[in-house]
Design a protein around this ligand. Structure first.
Ligand code: ASP
Length: 330
């Protein structure tokens, strides 16, 4: 991580614990990222592990900041940030994807352009190195929104996406997590680490993306919320961009990402109130654990969770930025 993020760290813990930013001053661009949410506490990690997560979040954030500050698009920022997180074995996406019940990696990803409500997604793919780029190819180069399994891989390959042997996705950490989950079939000890990014660019366009290996020990063929537009990912230039992480079945049933946007669009709620109502109200009441990151058309950022932690970071053109893991409000 770039050194400049460190001074922000302790400030960020407090600031991000409050979860929402509210800018009166005009923000030219803004970005938020997540690396998964869950009921974690500081004792679950060594100092070195926490520092590795902070560094990985910081480096991913730097990639997005660079794109946006140079006038690049929110879509490029989202894709590039998520690619970098997919390449990092710490997160449950791409390289670090978890294993399903059969010991296979089945990954899901989606991306959405708030300008024109364009979207692309892939689900249940096992050989695409960067599923987020395959999702973007579906959006940009096909007539479709969601492609799955072998068909999605065939399409991605035909468009030049990098295809790898399934062994590329092996990490001891994910394998051990599966063995533990198989021993304790109903264990709630699910690996988190889904990744996501939302961004507002200088042109006023919003974008959101999410990528995941899903949940450890999930049944073969299970698809979570991450590739479902309106559940795990949503972006609309009139409202906000949202990327979710948590127990996918709940996020699908409660249409979480779209619900936040709809509360802004139809009820005039602020981003903070809409996020809070959905994540800490509806979802929590239903037993759906997780969180969201979101940015609205003004550049306000929401990092809202109903768990004790969410790996997260944010930055904007006013020079405000931070990285945090645990939830101060818990
Ligand atoms: N939402 C993801 C899924 O259900 C998992 C996660 O975010 O941890 O597939």
């Amino acid at each position: 991580m770039k050194k400049i993020l460190y001074p922000f760290f302790f400030f960020a813990i407090l600031f991000l614990g409050c979860t929402n930013t509210n800018y009166s001053k005009k923000v030219e661009w803004a970005i938020a990222i997540h690396g998964g949410a869950g009921n974690i506490n500081p004792d679950d990690y060594t100092k070195d592990q926490l520092s590795a997560y902070n560094q990985a979040l910081g480096s991913a954030l730097e990639i997005g900041k660079k794109v946006l500050s140079q006038g690049g698009t929110s879509l490029d920022a989202v894709e590039q940030v998520i690619r970098s997180m997919e390449d990092c074995p710490l997160f449950n996406a791409g390289k670090g994807a978890v294993f399903n019940h059969d010991g296979k990696n089945e990954m899901d990803a989606s991306i959405m352009d708030g300008n024109g409500l364009r979207a692309g997604a892939v689900a249940n793919v096992g050989d695409i190195k960067n599923p987020i780029s395959a999702a973007r190819l579906v959006m940009d180069k096909s007539q479709h929104v969601l492609m799955v399994g072998k068909g999605a891989s065939k399409f991605a390959r035909s468009q030049g996406a990098e295809i790898v042997d399934s062994s590329y996705f092996f990490t001891q950490k994910s394998w051990d997590a599966l063995q533990k989950a198989l021993e304790k079939e109903n264990s709630k000890d699910k690996k988190m680490g889904t990744v996501g990014c939302v961004a507002l660019d200088k042109q006023g366009n919003l974008a959101a993306g999410t990528s995941t290996g899903g949940m450890t020990n999930k049944r073969y063929g299970r698809v979570g919320d991450s590739p479902i537009i309106g559940a795990g990912t949503y972006a609309n230039n009139n409202t906000c961009a949202v990327s979710a992480t948590g127990h996918g079945e709940y996020f699908i049933r409660y249409s979480v990402a779209h619900d936040i946007s709809a509360l802004i669009e139809y009820k005039g709620l602020s981003l903070a109130d809409a996020s809070n109502l959905v994540v800490n109200g509806k979802l929590k009441k239903a037993g759906g654990q997780g969180g969201i990151i979101a940015v609205d058309k003004y550049g306000n950022i929401s990092l809202t969770m109903n768990t004790s932690g969410m790996f997260r970071a944010f930055a904007n053109s006013n020079g405000e930025e931070g990285v945090a893991i645990f939830n101060n409000n818990k």
